[in-house]
Design a protein around this ligand. Structure first.
Ligand code: SF4
Ligand code: SF4
Length: 92
């Protein structure tokens, strides 16, 4: 694990406007449907898309709520830049 990886689990500048304290973003065009992130996500908030991406895979998507910001999906994903996790650091 290097500091670049840790920097991706950071504070989202838009987060204060959002209802939830954490969220995940998945770049669907980079996903290769290995499903490691789905297997690793304890609250089960990731799902496989119905659509194929440009690489011919059904990309994983966030269901839109329930992400805890744990970052596990980010660390298990073998495709660099595919998953970003945002978590509110300062609750004030
Ligand atoms: S950060 Fe954690 S809770 Fe959120 S989608 Fe990834 S594994 Fe699931
Ligand atoms: S771990 Fe990464 S490449 Fe694998 S299914 Fe999840 S987002 Fe796609």
């Amino acid at each position: 694990m290097n500091s670049m990886n840790l920097a991706l689990v950071n504070e989202d500048p838009e987060q204060k406007k959002r209802k939830h304290s954490a969220r995940v973003e998945i770049e669907g065009e980079l996903c290769k449907e290995c499903l490691l992130c789905i297997e690793a996500c304890a609250p089960d908030v990731l799902k496989v898309s119905q659509k194929l991406n440009k690489l011919g895979y059904h990309a994983v998507e966030y269901i839109g709520e329930g992400c805890t910001g744990c970052g596990v999906c980010f660390y298990v994903c073998p495709e660099p830049g595919t998953i970003k996790v945002y978590k509110r650091i300062n609750e004030s």
